[in-house]
Write a protein that binds this ligand. Structure first.
Ligand SMILES: Cc1ncc(COP(=O)(O)O)c(C=O)c1O
Length: 458
């Protein structure tokens, strides 16, 4: 099996892998393209001009229908936290699927309560963040968070950050602050966007730390000018993922949370990409910024690829939902809840946070080193294994290198590396691999990006 599907010009080979997926016997790629074009909603977009079929996965690697192997630097879509088809999780899921797939949370089941207990034990001690509602996605979880914040405070206005991404349902699309994801419908009432801490492209043209965090303080102006002075809350990702891996300064959230609370709002941390160790140091992204949210939402990697989301909050906030009937058919089902439990076990047994920190730092150093060689690299940022490389045509004007990024993306795929793409202009390479990534994988990844940048700049 080839390490480099279509090209052999990356100096460092992809590390060997013993796993041999079972032969694929389904429709060929062209047939998949035909069926997709005919029957799927055209909004369901694919990566790559020449889309690839992915039919098998093992840990940090994926295979296409012809048996070519890829290093998955996107980790599903930040959904596969500890490895594709991780053997322990797969074994536990097989047992569960053979026993009971679904009934409803109307009946008791151990998996859902065990997972809720495990979450409560891993949120900061004394935080009171002990009440979980399980869902199927990040959008679901964020919808719930906003609903509870509004009911609990008796207020309606929710603030969200520019460059934030919170989902594709009506409310969460409204909360999303990246124009490429928005339709020309009006934003739902009660949503206000505030500038984010995008230091590389500061919305105020200022420079940290001399800026005195104008972006954070500006939130107070938005509340004063645009609301009645009372808000239901603010939702923010600790590190913005889809928006381009944007990491705010360490003290940013302390300022923001204080303002939000001064105006009666709750602070919602959208941990859909950052939860459970991806940032390398803690279970939760917010812990990197010394703050404690009132509501925490999570999804994606917590189920290692199974549909699992959660919204966890304090008892008095959670109580508001019990005023009426509230229900989620698949939320908290035995299979997804078990996937969450098994993923958490692996995170701990395999010291995944520590690995994300160590391997992430190793990779970031290599990417930063590439900046000396490639004018195209404007900025390298991120924490742990949540990394971004912003490409620009000109380091002075910071003109986004949109076509070049697209080219790097395609060239990398031809060499066996699957990257993610983000940012308002699609000019940020997103690197969020399964956290079992090795240093040898990083060597290949960096060499491949190096080669692709050289080719893309020509
Ligand atoms: C930070 C964040 N929040 C929410 C969502 C929405 O999650 P889902 O697609 O599972 O609804 C995403 C998805 O990318 C996300 O990155």
């Amino acid at each position: 099996m080839s390490n480099r599907p279509n090209a052999g010009d990356v100096g460092v080979p992809m590390p060997p892998c013993d796993h041999q997926p079972r032969p694929y016997t389904g429709p060929d790629r062209d047939e998949l393209v035909r069926l997709r074009r005919r029957y799927l909603n055209p909004a369901i977009f694919h990566y790559y001009a020449d889309p690839i079929a992915i039919v098998a996965g093992h840990m940090q690697y994926l295979w296409d229908e012809r048996g070519r192997r890829y290093l998955d630097a996107l980790g599903g879509v930040v959904t596969v936290s500890v490895g594709h088809c991780h053997p322990k999780i797969t074994r536990r899921l097989r047992e569960q699927v053979g026993r009971l797939v679904h009934t409803t949370t109307i009946y008791l089941h151990p998996n859902v309560v065990r997972l809720a207990e495990a979450l409560a034990a891993r949120l900061p001690e004394g935080s009171g963040l002990t009440r979980s509602y399980f869902t199927n996605s990040g959008s679901d979880s964020n919808e719930l968070a906003v609903l509870m914040a509004r009911l609990h405070t008796g207020r309606y206005d929710i603030l969200a950050l520019r460059s934030g991404y919170h989902g594709c349902s009506e409310t969460t699309l409204g909360l999303t602050g990246v124009g490429t994801w928005k339709y020309p419908n009006p934003t739902p009432p009660g949503i206000r966007h505030v500038p984010n801490a995008y230091c590389y492209r500061c919305p105020f043209g200022a420079r940290y730390p001399g800026c005195d965090l104008r972006c954070a303080h500006n939130i107070e102006d938005v509340i004063r000018y645009e609301t009645g002075g009372e808000i239901a809350g603010l939702i923010a990702e600790p590190i913005q993922g889809v928006g381009g891996i944007i990491v705010p300064p360490r003290e940013y959230f302390e300022v923001v949370y204080a303002i939000v609370r001064r105006y009666g709002g709750l602070c919602i941390a959208d941990e859909v990409q950052t939860a459970w160790g991806r940032t390398g140091a803690h279970y939760w992204g917010f812990e990197n910024f010394g703050v404690l949210p009132d509501i925490v939402t999570m999804a994606k990697g917590i189920g290692n690829g199974t549909p699992l989301g959660a919204c966890t909050t304090r008892d008095e906030i959670a109580q508001v939902l019990a005023r009426r009937l509230h229900f989620n058919t698949f939320g908290g089902n035995p299979v997804s809840a078990l996937a969450g439990l098994a993923t958490l076990e692996v995170v701990e047994e395999e010291h995944v946070q520590e690995r994300a920190r160590r391997v992430g730092a190793y990779l970031k150093e290599k990417l930063v080193a590439l900046q000396d060689k490639h004018e195209l690299i404007g900025d390298v940022r991120g924490m742990g294994l949540l990394l971004g490389v912003e490409l620009v045509r000109d380091r002075g004007t910071k003109e986004p290198a949109i076509d070049e990024t697209a080219r790097v993306f395609e060239l990398a795929r031809e060499r066996g590396l699957l990257l993610g793409k983000g940012g308002l202009f699609g000019n940020v390479l997103r690197i969020t691999p399964p956290m079992c990534l090795s240093e040898a994988d990083c060597d290949f990844l960096a060499a491949c990006v190096d080669r692709c940048l050289t080719l893309a700049a020509r």
